[in-house]
Ligand binder design. Sequence first.
Ligand code: ATP
Ligand code: MG
Length: 240
Amino acid sequence: MADSDAPLIQLRRIIKTFGEGPTAFQALKGVDLEIAAGDFIAVMGPSGSGKSTTMNILGCLDVPTSGEFLFKGVHVEKLERDQRALLRRKYLGFVFQGFNLLARTSALENVELPLLYRGDPKAQRREAAMAALDKVGLKNWWDHTPAELSGGQQQRVAIARAIVTNPDVLLADEPTGNLDSERSVEIMELLTDLNKNSGITVLMVTHEPDMAAFARTIIHFKDGLVERIETGHHQGERVE
Ligand SMILES: Nc1ncnc2c1ncn2[C@@H]1O[C@H](COP(=O)(O)OP(=O)(O)OP(=O)(O)O)[C@@H](O)[C@H]1O
Ligand SMILES: [Mg+2]
């Protein structure tokens, strides 16, 4: 189904309206965007500018009111709900603020969840989940529950869970929002490593210039539109 020459992701004139009638609110007013495979992107912009709305559309968690969303050349906006869910499971990984880990469940079982939903057999799940925990540096913590892990470690478990299915794209909405700056830098280094060494395209929302500094492309949102895109940003350089 995929067209290998197409950009990984294209958004064309994406409009998203919440509500109807006089109280309707246009959160996205015609977003145009192209995302190349292998990029590491930081999405920035004021509160309410449409960052999460865009991430939710890209993550197939929500649908645009109008406009086109192409993933590997496939028109996602024309897919049925279950086809979109398949695309999500096969190609996308999510890390959202607040971790969303199951509380009384070990790190290993948390990471296994997406594979359980997919119906992978137990032995295969264990192996893949341990490999993902190893990638995020938590192999020796597999049997700990979230309460027994630090905020940074919990976020690592959430990242392991997002990458256990080998996604093409990792979508992270404020992945360091709950962390102190030292832990935040560790998470950024981990995302950089996944981008460089596992070839995962990373798209992350952040309010913090220090975190955006890790990205190669920076997309600035304003009032429901892409205001400006900085390409070829040197990783580690200051972001204004
Ligand atoms: N489900 C919804 N129903 C109604 N309005 C919504 C809904 N989701 C978002 N909005 C509105 O759309 C606008 C954009 O919201 P969005 O969550 O995308 O902002 P954001 O850029 O992620 O902001 P923040 O930095 O605060 O997370 C906001 O004005 C918000 O109130
Ligand atoms: Mg948001």
